[in-house]
Design a protein around this ligand. Structure first.
Ligand code: PLP
Length: 375
């Protein structure tokens, strides 16, 4: 018999209850305003997020997936462009590339950091794979709360004249050498899915850029390609950040830095509990501020350990159990880099995500640490 889970791997309801008065007041304010899409709440949140991050422009939209698709459409991605990214990511990253009509090429990861391998990126930029349109953009995914090797990736994109888009869906507040995720690419995208480091109570997304022309293009594309006077200048979509979500996110943004600090403190407690263990702990890059969207262990006997933790009442997740290139909708169809994503496949078999959200109590963290010490 297994006991019921006492600590779920994710708990968005706890995130709501932690700020219930602020969130309820924000929702009431949005309802009272009488304007429910693209009003004061959305523009205020966009301005607040841009100021918090240190970029000139932020454009809200319907989801993190839409944010990536809009960013790609804004740079002219389509059937004549290949876009390089990783297979070890939320399927959303690759879905967005195809939503924009472009052709994904999925590269392998640096196994210790789980993010895009710059060496393989250099190989495909130097010798573009046959049978693909030219690589016009790279989507660098900052996974689990830690940035990819963004300085190397930025340098390669500059050298080969390729646009860089950062997928920051898991990296609100992450930094490398004091430069924030979302400030280095030509564009960057965020998700406010409820479990992200900044999460709404529904769907939401946002595009950041310091390029005013790209920002206004994204703003047009999110609403039927309208530029002025409700005239469609481009072929757009409907992907707006609604006023209720924007109001909730505005209320939560002032707590983001403290919440990230709490995630880091929990990560340190797990690190200590695992100091003598046989699990590989998450590696931090030199100069990285890791904001621990996930705390991911690596173990040869992952499934066994997962079951043991379940018996102890500790919920775990696997991000991601099946690499995108092995999923039915993509397998055998999407192009892979020369490494054939072998590191990705190896990681998928061995990774395990512990609960790590700011609302975990000290007692829950202590319970998890005790279970980790017994592994
Ligand atoms: C969550 C996520 C997305 C998609 O965001 P949605 O808001 O769910 O559409 C994209 N990329 C990564 C890496 C994610 O974790």
């Amino acid at each position: 018999m297994t006991s019921p889970i006492v600590v779920p791997q994710a708990n968005p309801g706890a995130g709501y209850r932690a700020l219930q008065p602020e969130i309820n007041a924000a929702i009431a304010r949005a309802l009272d305003s009488g304007q429910y899409v693209l009003g004061h709440e959305c523009s205020s949140f966009e301005a607040a997020f841009a100021a918090w991050l240190g970029v000139r422009n932020a454009v809200g939209c319907g989801s993190g997936t839409d944010a990536l698709a809009l960013a790609l459409r804004a740079i002219g991605a389509g059937p004549g462009m290949a876009v390089a990214t990783v297979s070890h990511t939320a399927v959303a990253t690759v879905a967005a590339i195809e939503m924009a009509g472009a052709v994904p090429i999925l590269l392998d990861i640096e196994p210790q950091y789980y993010t895009l391998d710059p060496a393989e990126l250099e190989t495909v930029l130097k010798r573009p794979p046959a049978g693909l349109p030219p690589i016009g953009a790279v989507v660098a995914v900052h996974l689990y709360g830690q940035m990819a090797a963004i300085n190397d990736i930025r340098a390669l994109c500059d050298r080969y004249g390729v646009i860089l888009i950062e997928d920051c869906a898991q990296a609100h507040g992450a930094a490398l050498d004091e430069r924030h995720a979302g400030t280095i690419g030509d564009l960057a995208t965020f998700s406010f899915y409820p479990t992200k480091n900044l999460g709404g109570l529904g769907d939401g997304g946002l595009v950041t850029t310091s390029n005013a022309r790209l920002a206004s293009r994204v703003a047009a594309l999110r609403q039927y390609g309208w530029q002025t006077n409700s005239i469609s200048q481009w072929i757009g979509v409907n992907s707006r950040l609604d006023e209720i979500q924007a109001a909730i996110l505005r209320a939560k943004l002032p707590f983001l830095d403290a919440n990230n600090a709490r995630r880091q403190a929990i990560a340190e407690a797990y690190d200590n509990a695992l100091a003598d263990g046989r699990a590989t702990r998450p590696a931090r890059r030199d100069g990285a501020r890791h904001v621990f969207h996930q705390y991911v262990l690596r173990l040869a006997d992952r499934d066994h350990v997962r079951q043991r933790l379940r018996v102890e009442g500790v919920g775990t997740g696997i991000h991601y159990a099946i690499p995108v290139h092995l999923q039915p909708a993509y397998g055998g169809r999407v192009a892979l880099g020369p490494g054939n994503c072998l590191m990705t496949e190896q990681a998928a078999a061995e990774i395990l995500s512990l609960p790590i959200y700011p609302e975990l109590t000290d007692a829950q963290v202590g319970h998890i640490c005790a279970a980790l010490r017994r592994l």
